[in-house]
Design a protein around this ligand. Structure first.
Ligand code: ZN
Length: 356
């Protein structure tokens, strides 16, 4: 019996347009990599169901949901220069959100310790009233609201390691302490949000943690961010469930992002999140696919994430010549210390405190 579930459905391939980085081949390559590495033999399928309109409306306005439905009924089209729909995009998007909700249910029921929803379209840029950045509905935000509503949870941690800031997710939970939104992303790129000073408002003050990084950061820098900022904050927050916005466009091969994470880096970050989940919430994690546009790099990274989630030890690490640096630069540490300083009123970053 595997401890890890995965969500996949061929309908996720029916959201497509020509010459776009957010393409069906992304998922096809992930599935073939999981087969090729035999990881698929060690994880169990969770069949998805479509989300209901009421569930999607936990985050989005009914007008936005209806707009997407109508556009798709009329054959689809571009919503903005980045974001497209095709005829079946509405159905795919409803099944993407519903797929993550199924993953959440199975983990909450104790059927699996953790799960990864391999879905498209992605979600973390989608705003309540607007699609953007390849995203139609904000899957991870809807899942967090669903956890609040269905299971009465009051502390949900969202970890977002996509190279882009999840502006839609931040916006949704900016005024609440019920969700701690933690994002590490490349600064100065799309969507232009996620600055260190954006920490939440009202009751949500301190419950948005943004760690914008300069281009070129790799495994050691990301692991330092997780160790020095995410870990202590999360241990004090004591999440009852952890959602991961898993975007692998921070991989070194990515054509859109300019970071240098390796597949081993993704495996290590996953283990660090699992350590928090083990200590705080019986290991409960549900990850959902966001970006990642180099087909091979993303597929390897996803395989490495499953390697960690299911406690396997397959060699799914590329030999790229990307060397793991031993130390971080003083400039990078300045950025990290700046984040700590801005948040010191809300979180104690002393590693010896706040243990669950
Ligand atoms: Zn992204």
């Amino acid at each position: 019996m595997s401890q890890t579930g995965y969500v996949y459905d061929p309908l996720y391939l029916d959201h497509y347009t020509s010459y776009h980085p957010e393409c069906p081949e992304r998922l096809e390559k992930i599935m073939s990599k999981l087969r090729e590495t035999s990881i698929l033999d060690y994880i169990q399928s969770i069949p998805p169901r479509p989300a209901t309109v009421e569930e999607v409306a936990l985050v989005h306005s009914p007008a936005h949901i209806e707009d997407i439905r109508q556009i798709c009924l009329n054959g689809g089209g571009h919503l903005d220069p980045d974001t497209y729909t095709s005829e079946r995009s509405y159905d795919a998007a409803m099944l993407a959100t519903g797929g993550l909700l199924c993953a959440v249910d199975k983990v909450m029921e104790g059927k699996f310790r953790n799960a990864f929803a391999l879905v498209r379209p992605p979600g973390h840029h989608a705003m309540p009233e607007r699609a953007m950045g390849f995203c139609l509905f904000n899957n991870v935000a809807i899942a967090a609201r669903y956890l609040e509503k269905t299971y009465g949870l009051e502390r949900i941690l969202i970890v977002d390691w996509d190279v882009h800031h999840g502006n839609g997710t931040e916006f949704t939970f900016y005024n609440t302490a019920k969700v701690l939104y933690f994002s590490v992303h490349q600064s100065w790129i799309f969507p232009g949000t996620g600055w260190t000073n954006d920490i939440g408002k009202g009751e949500g003050k301190g419950f948005t943690i943004n760690v914008p990084l300069e281009a070129g950061m790799g495994d050691i820098e990301y692991e330092t961010v997780f160790q020095e900022i995410l870990y202590p904050a999360a241990m004090q927050y004591k999440p009852q469930f952890i959602l991961i916005s898993a975007g692998q466009d921070s991989h070194h091969s990515d054509p859109i992002g300019s970071m240098r994470l390796t597949s081993l880096g993704f495996e290590n970050l996953t283990k660090m999140v699992m350590n928090i989940a083990d200590k705080c919430c019986d290991g409960r994690i549900a990850a959902t696919l966001e970006g990642g546009y180099n087909l091979e790099g993303q597929a390897l990274s996803v395989a490495a994430i499953f390697n960690a989630l299911s406690g396997l030890n397959f060699n799914v690490h590329e030999d790229t010549g990307v060397k793991r640096t031993a130390t971080v630069s003083p400039m990078f540490m300045n950025d990290i210390n700046e984040v700590k300083k801005i948040h010191e009123k809300y979180w104690d970053f002393d590693m010896n405190k706040g243990m669950c």
